[in-house]
Design a protein around this ligand. Structure first.
Ligand code: LLP
Length: 422
């Protein structure tokens, strides 16, 4: 059940009216529900426990790296999946312990490796032979021995948007699973690293469970082969990817996902790591925006809002759909099915929705874009020199601005004229 619901005449986040948040924090603003984060986390981890799996959930921080969001999840027991030194810093600042952090990504720099080794992180997911060699070199130079997984590419099509598909042979991620044996053999000869784990992640927003089954079955075969070759594989990182319902495709229930994990890799006796991002954070956030103008053109009816593609880029980048509703409870038979909701940025791609069913709108009307808690604020920018969007976290009847709106004066403060221009 969503924590963003109509109560009386308007939509609430938990026990706080969204109009009140807009009044205090201004718009556009992301609003997250701590209750919703808690429910998603609990649903995910309970499904794994019920399936009898020995699992650790490391939230994929790329989906939402606000430190108040990370703290909410880490208080529930979540670790973190990080992909940069910056995310590592945030995870530690939010109170995640080093041992509960995994470091993913195709291009870790030696500096980031050092930073992660100093933080005693739990595992590196290594994606290439040169990276393996560099990590061995850095770890040895620090007198450390680090646990690693090799991320394998199982050549499985996740049947998702091509820009977020990662497990096909042509994708840049991981090493070809057919070459894994040879690469583990190489890893075993290198000092400073202990190849104890296998990692896989085939893509994001999967609404079909079959690709997970194919990928995990291949990983299970690989573990058996690696063990036969003498490697002590006792951990598996199964990545993230479980989709959410944006109002179109219905993803499989998490219980089916957990059952499938149990069927494919449950007998291997491995400690399992999961890296869900969208599943935990997506439905826990909305973006509130305000209508600036209503423009009735010859063929279309536009609601021009104060959020833009720089605040939420998913529709422009992936043709993603985020359901749009009014904050004010609509009188149901007044829905007009032809609103185009667009932002003020000077690009045709700055369009949130076309032909959207909304009631008659006037200037000043507050709208809500749903399921924006994942890959929303984290992908925001200051394009068009627009302020960096603010974020609010709600818990029952309280709310806090957990990222202040960054006004242009702040980022202009990092710019200056060239020496010869003074
Ligand atoms: N683990 C790894 C190694 C990943 O690359 C990702 C996402 C995840 C876990 C988390 O996946 P999730 O559970 O959130 O599906 N910006 C895009 C999504 C990019 C996903 C990148 N990797 C979007 O807005 O749809």
């Amino acid at each position: 059940m969503s924590n963003f619901k109509y109560r009386k005449d308007e939509m609430y986040a938990e026990d706080v009216a969204l109009s009140r948040i807009a009044e205090v924090a201004g718009t556009p603003v992301y609003v997250y529900s701590a209750g919703e984060l808690t429910e998603s986390y609990t649903r995910f981890s309970s499904a794994l426990a019920t399936a009898g799996l020995n699992a650790r959930v490391c939230f994929a921080m790329k989906a939402n790296s606000n430190i108040a969001v990370i703290r909410t999840l880490s208080d529930l027991g979540a670790g973190a999946d990080v992909v940069s030194g910056g995310e590592l810093e945030r995870a530690l600042a939010a109170g995640v312990s080093g041992s509960a952090i995994v470091f993913s990504g195709v291009g870790k720099t030696p500096g980031e490796m050092r930073q992660a080794i100093s933080a005693s992180i739990g595992q590196f997911n290594v994606e290439s032979v040169p990276e393996l060699e560099m990590l061995s070199y850095v770890a040895t130079s620090m007198g450390a021995n680090v646990d690693i997984a090799i991320r394998v590419n199982p050549d499985v099509d996740a049947n998702t948007h091509h820009k977020i598909s990662t497990g096909r042979q042509e994708d840049k991620f991981g090493v070809d699973i057919a070459r894994a044996g040879e690469i583990y053999a190489r890893a075993a000869t290198l000092p400073g690293i202990a190849p104890v784990s296998v990692a896989v992640h085939i893509g994001s927003q999967l609404t079909d469970i079959a690709p997970f089954r194919a990928a995990f079955a291949r990983v299970a075969e690989l573990v058996t082969e690696l063990r036969a070759a003498g490697h002590n594989i006792h951990k598996l990182d199964l990545g993230g990817g479980l989709g959410i319902d944006y109002g179109g495709h219905t993803p499989p229930p998490v219980e089916d996902y957990a059952a499938l994990v149990s069927e494919t890799v449950g007998d291997l006796g491995c400690e399992l790591i999961f890296e869900p991002g969208r599943y935990l954070a997506g439905p826990a956030g909305v973006l509130i925006t305000q209508v600036i103008y209503v423009k009735e053109a010859e063929v279309r009816r536009f609601a021009i809002v104060d959020a833009a593609m720089n605040d939420l880029i998913r529709p422009a980048l992936y043709d993603a759909i985020h359901r749009i509703e009014t904050v004010r409870r609509p009188v149901t038979d007044t829905l007009i099915h032809d609103w185009d909701v667009v932002g003020p940025v000077c690009e045709a791609g700055d369009t949130f929705a076309k032909g959207c069913p909304l009631p008659p709108l006037a200037e000043g009307e507050l709208l809500v874009m749903r399921d924006a808690g994942a890959y929303g604020a984290v992908m925001s920018s200051v394009y068009n020199s627009r302020a960096l969007v603010a974020e609010v976290l709600v818990h029952r009847d309280s709310f806090t601005i957990v990222r202040a709106r960054q006004e242009p004066a702040v980022f202009m403060g990092y710019e200056n004229l060239a020496d010869w221009q003074h």
